[in-house]
Design a protein around this ligand. Structure first.
Ligand SMILES: Nc1ncnc2c1ncn2[C@@H]1O[C@H](COP(=O)(O)OP(=O)(O)O)[C@@H](O)[C@H]1O
Ligand SMILES: [Mg+2]
Length: 238
C-alpha cells in the first residue's frame, strides 16, 4: 500500500485482526484502502469474515489488533462526538436487517434522517421515493413482522440509503430477493454511487457482483485471496 493511497482513502485497514473470544480468528492481518466513490464487492464463503469486516468499519465491533481509519478518523482514538459524526456518514444494511420491531416501516426508514434533523417534508419525500423505488408501495404503516423477509430486507436497505450516506455498507443485500427486486436494489446502489457514495457490498451473489465493473475482494478464513496479479489498485491487501 503506498502512502498516496493512504492519504486519500475514506476507509483504511492496516494489519487488522479480529478474534472473537475465546479463540475464533475472524480476520487476520487484513489491510485495505478504499477511495471515496469506489464500489467494492466483498466475497467469500460463509464464515470468511465479511460481516466482521463491515462491522469493524461501522464500529459495531472493535479490532483485536491493527488500525482502522474511516473518513479521516482513527477509530481506536476517536472522541465520542467524532464517533457520532462518523456513524452518521455510514449507512449499514445488516444481514439480519436489525429493524426496530415496534416502529413502522416509515418510522424505521425515517430514523437516520431524524437523527440528522432533516425537515419532515424532506423525510416524507425521501421515504415515498425509496418505497416506490424498492417496490414497497403501501407498506409505510406496517410493522416489520408483518412483512416477508424480502420486504424486510428492502426496508433495511432503504433505511441505510435514506440519508445519502457517504459510505454505504450492505451485508448480503440480495440474500432474500428474487431477480426483479435485486435489480431494483442494484439500481438504487448505482444511483447513490453516481451521487458519490462509497459502497462496500458483502455478497456471494454473482448477479450482483457481475452487474458492476467494480473491485472484488475475496476473503477466505479471514484473509484476502489474491488470485492473480490483477491485484486491486486501490482496495489493496498486503
Ligand atoms: N459474535 C461472534 N462471536 C463469536 N464468533 C463469531 C461472532 N461473529 C462471527 N463469528 C465467527 O467469526 C467468523 C467470521 O464470521 P462472519 O464475519 O460472520 O463471516 P461471514 O459474514 O463471511 O459469513 C466465523 O467463524 C464466525 O463463526
Ligand atoms: Mg455474513
Amino acid at each position: 500500500m503506498n502512502v498516496q493511497q493512504s492519504k486519500t482513502a475514506i476507509i483504511e485497514f492496516i494489519k487488522v485482526n479480529k478474534i472473537y473470544p475465546p479463540d475464533v480468528i475472524a480476520l487476520r492481518d487484513v489491510s485495505l484502502a478504499i477511495k471515496p466513490g469506489e464500489i467494492v464487492f466483498l466475497t467469500g464463503m460463509s464464515g470468511a469474515g465479511k460481516t466482521t469486516l463491515l462491522k469493524l468499519i461501522c464500529a459495531m465491533e472493535q479490532p483485536t489488533k491493527g488500525l482502522i481509519e474511516v473518513a479521516g478518523h482513527d477509530l481506536g482514538r476517536i472522541s465520542l462526538k467524532n464517533m457520532q459524526l462518523v456513524r452518521q456518514k455510514i449507512g449499514m444494511a445488516y444481514q439480519d436487517f436489525k429493524l426496530l420491531p415496534k416502529l413502522t416501516v416509515y418510522q424505521n426508514i425515517a430514523m437516520p434522517m431524524e437523527i440528522t434533523f432533516t425537515p419532515p417534508k424532506t423525510i416524507r419525500d425521501r421515504i415515498n421515493y425509496l418505497l416506490d423505488t424498492l417496490n414497497l408501495h403501501g407498506k409505510a404503516d406496517i410493522k416489520p413482522d408483518k412483512l416477508s423477509r424480502g420486504e424486510q430486507q428492502r426496508v433495511a436497505i432503504a433505511r441505510a440509503a435514506a440519508n445519502y450516506p457517504p459510505i454505504l455498507l450492505a451485508d448480503e443485500p440480495t440474500g432474500n430477493l428474487d431477480r426483479e427486486n435485486s435489480d431494483l436494489v442494484i439500481k438504487l446502489f448505482a444511483q447513490l454511487n453516481r451521487a458519490g457514495t462509497t459502497l462496500i457490498i458483502a455478497t456471494h451473489d454473482p448477479v450482483l457482483y457481475k452487474s458492476y465493473p467494480a473491485q472484488t475482494l475475496e476473503l477466505s478464513q479471514g484473509q484476502f485471496v489474491f488470485k492473480d496479479q490483477a491485484t486491486p489498485k486501490t482496495a489493496t491487501g498486503e
